[in-house]
Design a protein around this ligand. Structure first.
Ligand SMILES: Nc1ncnc2c1ncn2[C@@H]1O[C@H](COP(=O)(O)OP(=O)(O)OP(=O)(O)O)[C@@H](O)[C@H]1O
Ligand SMILES: [Mg+2]
Length: 468
């Protein structure tokens, strides 16, 4: 018993160390990006400043004719902008009134006033001459421009150097940290290994076939006298899409709730292979620790927070992965900010992958249901899941949305190297995307196999005819 607890503690230590390493490694490119952004901003500001210095000199170096044209053009543009604002104010003022005649008259007045002013301007500048010695001015302009260019180049070199130095400093600091953490990780892994090797009863490797990620064995869950799940056994292969089907009330959601330890089953084992290829019995873990073993689920209805933007909902999805402790949250320190930046970059990447980037800053209210479901799926990826459990992902979707969902699920299976375990009523979807299907009724297994095998099974057909 003590030994079992010890393996659990070691495992959570290993997870923590892995997460810290992950954060440190992800941080470097993001840090470089932010340094470069700052540098570009600085250089842009400098460039603008130089332009402001040069512009008056440039104007002075214009010939009379060029000067007239330039001034007229600039003034006309400014006038037009002013006119545009006035027109907008006018339209706004009349937007709720029913006085189209008056509005049209005012607009016409405004327009003719603009035209008159433009004519005046053109006349005014056409007569202006400045009696400047253009050659001197041109020379002055060029000298100044060369001077500023040189100083800009010099500054650019300095700033580039600064970026390089700052990055290298950060890099060597982080690399050192990563090295120490890796050593600690190795030690913890060795400890765990020797603990398991010396206690045969802790080694669950034999209980789960190499190809499987999950094995439910003799699972029973009772609610009072009702056996919602009755001595159920089946295995899910690593990397497949596995479907659990059955009529309403068959016990599907209950199976999910047992896997995630939301319910503690009355009997049975649930062997699971985590990301480190270790076999654990989920019954040994509390509900909040199951997610840290790489299992994530969605619920039968959409569970997004409506007051938060899509990206913030994604960040909540990763919340369990935030490594900073409570104190850090309290003072919102640098490490927390750093982790948030990493999570934001990750969320953006996932949204882009799943064609959801356009909704990144939108709020869930008013978005189509199909999109909301996809966002929920995207959110599950924030925890780097190993096994994704979906409870009726297609419920409430129309045909086109269901097709899109099927594509997304397949994409996740492929690109994110995840096993997907779903409950679904939409038979077309189940048949299309599942590699294996298990049918249950009254908490008992009635068939398991490929989609066509299960579809042709008599017991399944009867359960569905009888149940509907
Ligand atoms: N918390 C609970 N307390 C009591 N009975 C429950 C509880 N949860 C589920 N049940 C019962 O267990 C049985 C299985 O329910 P479950 O929700 O697992 O079915 P399901 O297969 O998910 O059905 P559906 O397709 O309608 O979602 C049902 O008879 C249900 O009434
Ligand atoms: Mg259900």
């Amino acid at each position: 018993m003590v030994k079992k607890l010890k393996t659990r503690l070691l495992r959570s230590r290993i997870r923590r160390l892995e997460d810290r390493i992950y954060y440190l490694e992800s941080f470097l490119p993001i840090y470089l990006e932010s340094l470069e952004k700052k540098r570009d901003q600085r250089l842009r500001r400098l460039h603008d400043k130089h332009k402001r210095i040069l512009l008056p000199l440039e104007i002075k170096a214009l010939t009379d004719r060029e000067y007239q044209e330039y001034m007229t053009r600039e003034r006309i543009n400014a006038l037009k902008e002013k006119y545009r604002l006035k027109e907008r104010a006018l339209l706004h003022r009349f937007s709720k009134k029913n006085q189209d005649d008056l509005k049209d008259r005012k607009l016409k007045d405004l327009k003719s006033e603009l035209e008159r002013t433009i004519d005046d301007l053109q006349e005014k500048y056409a007569r202006q001459s400045r009696n400047l010695s253009i050659d001197d001015q041109v020379r002055l302009y060029h000298t100044k421009r060369n001077e500023l260019n040189t100083s800009f180049e010099k500054r650019k070199k300095e700033v580039d150097h600064h970026v390089k130095v700052a990055y290298e400093k950060e890099e060597s600091k982080r690399k050192k940290q990563i090295k120490t953490l890796n050593q600690k990780l190795q030690e913890a892994q060795d400890d765990l290994k020797s603990l398991i090797e010396n206690n045969a009863s802790l080694d669950l490797k034999e209980d789960l076939s190499e190809l499987d990620i999950l094995k439910i064995k003799n699972l029973t869950m009772m609610f009072g006298g009702l056996k919602a799940v009755n001595d159920l056994s089946f295995s899910v292969k690593k990397g497949e899409v596995f479907g659990l089907i059955g009529p309403n009330g068959a016990g599907k959601t209950t199976v999910f709730n047992c896997i995630t330890q939301f319910y503690k089953p009355n009997a049975g084992n649930m062997y699971y292979r985590n990301r480190n290829q270790e076999v654990i019995d989920l019954n040994d873990y509390a509900v909040h620790n199951v997610i840290r073993q790489g299992i994530v689920r969605t619920f039968q209805n959409v569970e997004l927070i409506l007051e938060l933007s899509v990206i913030d909902n994604m960040l909540i999805g990763s919340h369990s992965a935030y490594k900073t402790n409570f104190f850090a949250h309290l003072v919102h320190n640098r490490r927390l900010k750093r982790e948030e930046r990493i999570e934001r970059a990750k969320a953006t990447k996932i949204l882009t992958d799943l064609n959801l980037f356009a909704y990144r800053d939108a709020y869930p209210i008013g978005l189509p249901y199909g999109i909301l479901k996809k966002i929920e799926l995207a959110r599950t990826l924030m925890t780097n899941p190993n096994l994704i459990i979906l409870d009726e992902p297609a419920a409430g979707l129309n045909d086109a949305e269901t097709k899109e969902l099927a594509k997304t699920i397949k994409k996740i299976q492929k690109d994110y190297d995840a096993t997907i375990f779903l409950v679904e009523h939409d038979m077309q979807l189940v048949m299309d995307i599942c590699d294996t299907i298990c049918a249950i009724n009254f908490g008992k297994k009635i068939a398991i196999g490929t989609p066509s095998e299960v579809k042709g099974n008599k017991a399944v057909q009867e359960a569905y005819l009888g149940g509907e």
